[in-house]
Design a binder for this molecule. Sequence first.
Ligand code: NDP
Ligand code: A1CAB
Length: 275
Amino acid sequence: MSTQIAGTRVAFLGTGTMSEAVLSGALSSGLAPSDVVATVRRPARGEELAERYGVGTTTDNAAAVRDARIVVVGVKPKDVAAMLDAVSDALAPDAVVVSVAVGLPLSLYARHLPAGQPVVRTMPNTPAQVGAGVTAVVPGETAGEDDVALVEALLAGTGRTLRITEKEIDAFGALAGSGPAYVFYVVDAMAEAGVLLGLTRDVARSLAVQTVLGAGRLLDETGEHPAILREKVSSPGGTTIQALKRLDDGGVRAAFLTALEAARDRSRELADELG
Ligand SMILES: NC(=O)C1=CN([C@@H]2O[C@H](COP(=O)(O)OP(=O)(O)OC[C@H]3O[C@@H](n4cnc5c(N)ncnc54)[C@H](OP(=O)(O)O)[C@@H]3O)[C@@H](O)[C@H]2O)C=CC1
Ligand SMILES: O=C(O)[C@@H]1CCC=N1
């Protein structure tokens, strides 16, 4: 039987955008709100999370980890080392520390945690909030198969998971971690173009969203190469090819290549600065 998350105590340290998305996905797959403690800096944020999800909240990070079997560290990369130092003495020896931070290597966690503490590095994305995320999972050397399976069970309600090597994670982050932002950018640009053509803002936005949803499902369900599906839309001498020519003239494809390289390079820089 596959590992279940129900009955596991989980602490989220720093519950902002990404932790909330993972929390929300995990609750939908059987994690009990009464088994969750989410830490915050501002009490108003704690009240918001308690009201929305029924989870326990606190500003005391060390107290939050005391009974936890999984500890998700959800602060910004620059704040991770201080967070680990603050909770290190309070961790149970079998608590699995889950990294979501971009850039930071497993070796940073090893330096700031007791020897042998299990660590799993992940790279989620925000569609986790609606069960449509994809998360990379990199088991640390100290994590056993049961620890990794438990982390995957935590992530089960957030969408797909994929085990990769630590060498691959900067590229994964540049494509999938940051990827939702590129899609939102494209949707926003398409909606704005619709407004330029005289559609109302509401109609333009909903057409752009439905088109991206439909295209995504078509890609997923047919398994066809995107270039083939693109060719099926652009008839010879038709309208779409005129639009695609303008995108090529604007260097959009090349811009995607340099954009992902820049995101990947920034992860490496963060590793050099903070790791
Ligand atoms: N956003 C994304 O799409 C993705 C993010 N990540 C990673 O997730 C991590 C978090 O990013 P994101 O969620 O965007 O950032 P957020 O700023 O939304 O979340 C960080 C949260 O941590 C809280 N916090 C900071 N210090 C403490 C503390 N000492 N005690 C308790 N809470 C604290 C912040 O509180 P306050 O609200 O008061 O600032 C904030 O709510 C990063 O490491 C990032 O690399 C990974 C993949 C995708
Ligand atoms: O932009 C960031 O730093 C984070 C990491 C991946 C997505 N968002």
